[in-house]
Design a protein around this ligand. Structure first.
Ligand code: HEC
Ligand code: HEC
Ligand code: HEC
Length: 420
């Protein structure tokens, strides 16, 4: 009796401690509001450094709506758990981070906790940003606090029950957040895993939406696009050398691969302005990860089976000749400017046709660096069936890989903006 009572009180004590521990994790304290610091109170070199880091982290990519004011937020991010709106990170007092001290900003970036103590959702990649150094976070803070303040409220999120309860994120953090700066002396790896958050799109996620680090850079779906592998499983036709990667990340075009499209286009437009040394470090790191990929060991010559495929698929051939050949046929003026042959683009070589379909339906905005032709959108010119025919033709003519199944469904999915 006494014994079991002791055991019981022991258990109660443990539960009590666990409860207190959990509560302090669940409910974080608010940090005091400050008056927005005067922009000229920040060191200019620090602000400039912060600008470069913001480009590496593509802060604007998530925090600026198309046609909206820079960093004023309001962009809808679709996740499997519902829609989350990015917040206003201009120094606006009421609706932005104007009242945030540096400590509050650092806590958000390292721990995913807002100034008022509530937990932020990991759609904000603080699980990566936590790796940045104190000095880098100070520079980012200086950069953001010197932007023009824009009062613009953030729309309410639309999440599946029970996720509107922000404290639930505390459990996620316990499981998946490895908090704190990294002292990795490989600058490329540090940036890739930290501020540049390349795994945010290229690493598959588990059921709770956390990156599956055992499959780092194995390729993953993001917003209806497929971000291909960036490791030894890369299906690229040609080697992703450090120079090719630097050109791609820095200009949006690799002459031995393709142009960066969709979400990657936005990433490269920011990286094109970031410090060269940092972009080169990232390029060197990924070249190392991809050095044993098949295309790195045995580069593929350009494939073009035109005479054979035009015979077996005259309809596809006619569509291609009418709409695409003026730019993409061997010898076309655009090709003479040194654009890559279609057979060297990874989108034609992956298991799903979605990226190729996106490019055809939506067109391809000019890469950051080279000027010259851009790809027009063909979504309104063709039916689903015709687009499926063109894509089947591309895959047959420009690769040695099996045909893609269910193309028409994939066209419909791409038009609706959904993935796989
Ligand atoms: C992949 C998209 C994405 C990127 C990239 C991104 N953010 Fe965010 N960020 C978000 C979302 C979404 C939220 C809101 C999360 C929430 O409401 O829980 C957010 C919230 C924040 C907050 C908290 C603000 C508040 O009002 O609560 C800060 C600070 C922030 N981001 C800074 C940055 C900085 C600095 C960068 C670049 C280094 C950056 N973010 C890049 C998506 C992103
Ligand atoms: C917002 C999501 C997103 C982020 C963040 C992102 N990528 Fe991508 N990336 C994509 C998508 C989607 C594609 C496929 C589109 C295409 O091929 O144009 C892609 C394509 C690529 C390719 C081309 C691969 C090939 O074989 O053709 C490379 C290289 C690449 N990304 C590197 C990076 C690096 C390095 C980073 C971090 C600095 C990064 N990506 C961050 C989404 C992203
Ligand atoms: C006015 C010129 C132009 C026309 C017409 C055009 N494209 Fe493009 N296309 C481009 C440019 C520019 C790019 C980006 C540079 C690159 O990737 O080589 C591109 C890129 C692509 C890509 C991505 C490259 C890759 O492998 O990832 C595909 C796929 C593609 N085009 C298919 C087509 C198809 C199919 C048609 C006809 C329906 C077509 N294009 C018509 C200019 C054009």
């Amino acid at each position: 009796m006494t014994k079991s009572r002791t055991v019981l009180s022991g258990v109660a004590l443990i539960l009590l401690f666990a409860g207190v521990g959990a509560a302090s994790l669940l409910f974080r304290s608010a940090l005091p509001a400050i008056s927005p610091p005067a922009p000229d109170s920040f060191d200019r070199t620090l602000v400039k450094q912060g600008e470069g880091l913001a480009q590496i982290g593509n802060c604007t990519g998530c925090h600026t709506m198309s046609g909206g004011k820079s960093f004023a937020g309001g962009l809808a991010l679709k996740t499997p758990f519902g829609t989350i709106f990015s917040t206003n990170i201009t120094p606006a007092r009421e609706t932005g981070i104007g009242a945030w001290s540096r400590a509050a900003f650092v806590r958000a970036m390292r721990e995913g906790v807002a100034r008022d103590g509530s937990h932020l959702y990991p759609a904000f990649p603080y699980d990566h940003f936590t790796r940045a150094s104190d000095r880098e976070l100070e520079a980012l803070y200086a950069f953001l606090m010197t932007r023009p303040p824009v009062e613009q409220p953030t729309p309410a999120n639309r999440l599946v029950w029970p996720l509107e309860n922000r404290w639930l994120v505390a459990g996620w953090n316990l499981l998946f957040l490895r908090e704190g700066p990294s002292n990795d002396n490989d600058r490329g790896r540090l940036l890739a895993e930290g501020l540049a958050h390349c795994g945010g799109c290229h690493t598959p996620r588990n059921k709770l939406g956390a990156e599956d680090t055992a499959h780092a850079y194995d390729g993953a779906w993001t917003d209806g696009w497929y971000a291909p592998p960036l490791n030894a499983t890369s299906p690229a036709a040609q080697p992703w050398s450090a120079d090719a990667l630097f050109a791609y990340l820095h200009t949006g075009l690799s002459k031995t691969h393709a142009a960066a499209a969709g979400p990657m286009g936005g990433v490269t437009r920011q990286l094109s302005q970031a410090p060269d040394a940092d972009v080169r470090a990232i390029a060197t790191y990924f070249a190392g990860l991809m050095k044993d990929a098949p295309g790195a060991r045995t580069p593929l010559a350009a494939i073009d089976r035109q005479s054979e495929i035009d015979k077996s698929d005259p309809e596809g051939a006619a569509l291609f000749a009418g709409a695409c050949a003026s730019c993409h046929a061997p010898g076309a003026p655009m090709m003479q400017q040194g654009r890559p042959p279609l057979s060297w683009g990874t989108p034609l070589r992956v298991d799903s046709p979605h990226d190729t379909l996106h490019v055809i339906v939506e067109g391809l905005a000019s890469p950051a660096g080279p000027t010259g032709p851009t790809m027009p959108a063909f979504g309104n010119d063709f039916t689903d069936r015709q687009i499926a025919q063109i894509v089947a033709y591309l895959r047959a003519r420009f690769t040695d890989l099996p045909p893609w199944p269910d193309l028409e469904q994939a066209v419909a999915a791409v038009r609706k903006g959904v993935g796989q």
